[in-house]
Design a protein around this ligand. Structure first.
Ligand code: NI
Length: 399
């Protein structure tokens, strides 16, 4: 059975709105990059202490923090990421970033505020029988290898945990709503580097050279056939070459080239095939032009795959709080990556989108844009949804 009267929880969360807005604006003004979230961690610790949210552990994997609400070993975890991006804010907001060249352009300030708000609600609503809820504030989501693995290595996933919940701001959904999806919701995000070693020479005498630019161009084009001709068309995959550096001057043929790119997939099977398929193509081209190559493939974040029964529980919890019309079914996963996936290797979880958009205020700039903005009306909604899901997971155990 549901653990509390739902609208009371939403009302209570709305009462917290001014406090949540204040926290959000304070965090928004001091964005810090991955693994440098010191001021951010100080603010979180200060609020946890002033709200009497207990068992605070700081300095985990650098700047990470956990705190426990309720009695007993935590059975549910709520996770927020803490880092900002090297983006110069152009929102013109009175509470814009005070750190030049840095901005919370991905809404991680919203996530931290939401988890803090959920902690404030749970402090009041968790009963003796429920068991505990762990709040996780994790550094460095944006920069692989990310902060999640360090947090896990330092034991933040205790044995008793039965579910972990994460969220991401979504400016294309209206504030007051959330988006849910079963199965994969974010992709595996891997990286690769290819260096080509040919032989340079005079631009007028190509026959005396082995042109790394011609070979590299061929590789860029042919890598696209890995996706279009070697992967099942019903299976999403992306190979993007994001950087190609070679050459110095118009009349000199380049002997060296360096290419870097990213590979996105949604399933372990396709993901595992990619490096081999790519190298097959690269080797074939390099051999035929008689150049040497070095190919390195770096495994990044695994895909985020939601647990089906937790999605059903989340949908039900959120519908009761927000109304059915405000719980959207997300049709497709994003090919973006998220290190929330590492937690899912040891505990089932659900990751959802929090609507932060507002068309009237033209708040529709995408993630990582210098004008990215979140409608603050989303803050109490996020806190209430997180708290309700935790209560429903814990309450459901009595049935
Ligand atoms: Ni993000």
């Amino acid at each position: 059975m549901a653990a509390c009267a739902d609208n009371k929880l939403m009302d209570k969360s709305r009462e917290l709105a001014p406090k949540l807005t204040e926290i959000y604006r304070e965090l928004h003004q001091i964005p810090e990059l991955a693994f440098e979230e010191y001021k951010t961690a100080e603010i979180i610790e200060r609020i946890l202490k002033s709200e009497a949210i207990g068992e605070i552990r700081t300095g985990i994997a650098g700047t990470g923090i956990t705190a426990c609400v309720g009695r007993g070993a935590p059975k549910v975890a709520l996770r927020a990421d803490m880092d900002a991006l090297p983006v110069t804010e152009q929102t013109g907001l009175p509470y814009s970033s005070k750190h030049p060249g840095k901005m919370h352009a991905c809404g991680h300030d919203v996530h931290m505020t939401a988890v803090l708000g959920a902690g404030m609600l749970l402090k009041e609503y968790l009963s003796e029988q429920h068991g505990g809820v762990k709040l996780i504030f994790q550094p460095a989501e944006e920069t692989p290898p990310g902060g999640a693995r360090g947090m896990i290595r330092q034991g933040v996933i205790n044995e008793e945990l039965e579910a972990i919940v994460g969220l991401h701001s979504q400016p294309f959904l209206p504030a007051g709503s959330i988006g849910v999806k079963e199965g994969p919701i974010m992709a595996a995000a891997d990286m690769f580097t290819l260096t080509i070693a040919g032989q340079g020479g005079h631009g007028a005498l190509p026959h005396q050279t082995r042109d790394a630019i011609v070979v590299g161009s061929h590789v860029v084009q042919t890598l696209q056939t890995v996706v279009s001709r070697m992967v099942d068309p019903l299976e999403p995959a992306v190979i993007s070459v994001g950087s190609f550096h070679a050459g110095t001057k118009a009349n000199i043929i380049a002997g060296q080239a360096r290419l870097e790119g990213t590979v996105r997939t949604l399933t372990a099977e396709t993901r595992e095939r990619m490096p081999k398929l790519m190298e097959q193509v690269i080797k074939g081209i390099c051999d035929s032009y008689q150049v040497e190559y070095q190919f390195s493939y770096e495994w990044g974040y695994p895909p985020v795959v939601n647990d089906t029964s937790l999605v059903a529980l989340l949908r039900d919890s959120a519908q009761r709080l927000l109304g059915e019309e405000n719980v959207y079914q997300i049709p497709h996963p994003s090919m973006g990556g998220e290190d929330f996936s590492y937690y899912l290797e040891s505990v089932p979880g659900v990751y959802f989108y929090l609507g932060v958009g507002n068309e009237k205020l033209a708040r529709q700039y995408p993630w990582h844009h210098p004008r990215f903005q979140a409608d603050e009306a989303a803050l109490p909604v996020a806190a209430a949804v997180l708290a309700q899901v935790a209560l429903d997971v814990l309450g459901g155990q009595d049935e």
